[in-house]
Write a protein that binds this ligand. Structure first.
Ligand SMILES: Cc1ncc(COP(=O)(O)O)c(C=O)c1O
Length: 490
């Protein structure tokens, strides 16, 4: 093979990359592109130093590195040649390690639908800030007390507990939950109907897996909780948006749209995000429809323990005579979301099906955390914490409405807020709530856009505020900033 008379390289003495590295990279690239073919004799180091106007030591350094990586072969007393067989360049190595089929295995249609479903409002950082919806008053949670309870339970754990226990859930916790929902929510059940879950979302998954065949219709509140929509898509169901008005889910509209739906997923006590309550007439209509068509009602009772004023409304489950309702509760709000503990109450005819499903999966929650929670409930700490939270949410809800009145009264009409830790408000002028949300985020305030919660075409422009996770002192700063965002979005 003839010698290369020149490498046709130019080095830049002013660049920050050292000259020997520039030479190394230049030669390597030309070898990989084939411009310097295998076996080609390179000019001598002396010749190269003259040609490139650099010190010979620079050339030798580059040639040594090229030889070390296998791009050139240098023999003592002989010329340096391009290696007859080239090593794999790091970028080619990465390419060859990646699967050659660029699109990968085909996703199930349910997974494709899930991938293209919106993921909700953007979060500004990890810490809760005004006015991120869905965050409880974590600043008021008795962390030290909970820590002591966990430590005590862990220290005294029996081998049975360490082994994992009952896949349906830790028996004392099932008992404590059954007692709690009977007294506070009017749920009628025995502990055997209670299945401990890793929160609402896992309860949805479990119920939908038992209820749906691929493509089955599910009524979803519109607007509604995005987690519900995602669970339906993940289970291969077909979401059917059903409008929500001042009386809650419009049962007649649901029947008109999909009378044969297999499941109605509702939050009757405190609809999210509008905050309305399902009227008694609608509750009866929903139960009658489910009984007639043998459909399931999935009752999401995520935050109704936090009724600020008035008599607590009992759960829909308490009215169910036909065994159609699966009641779902969570400790994400009453304790903290990271706990990942919740529960479902199966109707008597379905207890065996849920037990069988549990036998074929792993238990969804740590037995030790369940045991600690059972102690927390049994010793009355949970009840005391709930009572304190109710007062705190009333105060925080009032403080937010006050701050909104002071700073944004012309622009927003808040809905009444007597439960939970969020409030929704409609925009009085025809502004895009997405624009307001993005402007607010730019200025450091988090609000959710109401239109983001709609599945169907009917979209209302408004904002959803969480007031649970933020101290009331921070509200005015938040609403003043929001007022600027409203101005900027005009
Ligand atoms: C409507 C609704 N249901 C349930 C939950 C709780 O979900 P999880 O128990 O999975 O944390 C939330 C939380 O924001 C919610 O907004």
């Amino acid at each position: 093979m003839d010698a290369a008379t020149s490498l046709l390289l130019r080095l830049d003495s002013r660049a920050s990359t050292p000259l020997h590295e520039q030479l190394f990279e230049g030669v390597r690239t030309r070898i990989l592109s084939g411009a310097l073919p295998p076996g080609l004799r390179l000019p001598s180091s002396r010749q190269l130093a003259v040609e490139l106007d650099v010190a010979r030591s620079t050339v030798l350094q580059a040639l040594d590195a090229l030889a070390a990586e296998g791009y050139v072969v240098a023999r003592a007393g002989s010329s340096t040649r391009v290696a007859p067989e080239l090593p794999i360049a790091p970028e080619d190595r990465a390419r060859s390690a990646a699967p050659r089929v660029s699109r990968g295995p085909r996703l199930a249609s349910s997974a494709r639908a899930l991938k293209s479903s919106p993921v909700g409002a953007p979060r500004l950082g990890a810490a809760p800030r005004a006015f991120r919806p869905g965050v409880p008053a974590l600043d008021l949670f008795p962390t030290a007390l909970w820590g002591r309870t966990v430590t005590r339970v862990h220290a005294r754990a029996s081998t049975g507990l360490l082994d994992g226990g009952d896949p349906a859930g830790h028996a004392p916790l099932r008992e404590a939950i059954a007692a709690h929902v009977a007294t506070s929510r009017g749920v009628r059940c025995v502990p055997e109907q209670v299945f401990v879950t890793a929160g609402t979302q896992q309860a949805f998954d479990e119920v939908l897996r038992l209820a749906l065949d691929p493509g089955d219709a599910v009524w979803l509140e519109d607007p509604g909780y995005p987690g519900a929509r995602r669970a339906v898509l993940a289970a291969g169901g077909r979401p059917v948006p059903v409008p929500v008005d001042a009386e809650g889910l419009d049962v007649g509209a649901g029947i008109a749209r999909a009378a044969r739906a297999r499941v109605a997923l509702v939050a009757p006590s405190h609809q999210y995000p509008l905050g309305v309550t399902l009227s008694l007439a609608r509750r009866m209509a929903l139960l009658q429809w489910a009984e007639r068509t043998r459909a399931w009602i999935l009752e999401d009772d995520y935050d109704s323990e936090f009724r600020h004023r008035g008599r607590p409304l009992t759960a829909l489950q308490g009215l169910d005579e036909a065994g159609c309702v699966v009641y779902v509760g969570t400790f994400s709000k009453a304790m903290f979301p990271g706990l990942r503990l919740g529960f479902l109450v199966a109707p008597p005819p379905l207890v065996d099906a849920f037990a069988a499903a549990r036998a074929s999966t792993i238990a969804p929650a740590s037995s030790l955390e369940q045991a600690a929670l059972a102690v927390f409930l049994a010793e009355g700490h949970f009840g005391r914490h709930l009572r304190r939270m109710r007062v705190a949410y009333r105060e925080r809800g009032e403080a937010l409405l006050e701050a909104l009145r002071a700073d944004c009264s012309g622009a927003l009409t808040p809905r009444p807020c007597d439960t939970g830790m969020q409030v929704s408000a409609s925009l009085t002028s025809p502004l895009s709530d997405l624009r307001v949300r993005d402007e607010a985020a730019r200025l450091g305030v988090e609000v959710a856009a109401l239109s983001d919660y709609f599945l169907g075409r009917r979209r209302e422009s408004g904002l959803v505020f969480g007031f649970g996770g933020v101290r009331p002192e921070a509200f005015r700063a938040g609403t003043r900033t929001l007022a600027r965002a409203l101005e900027a979005a005009r």
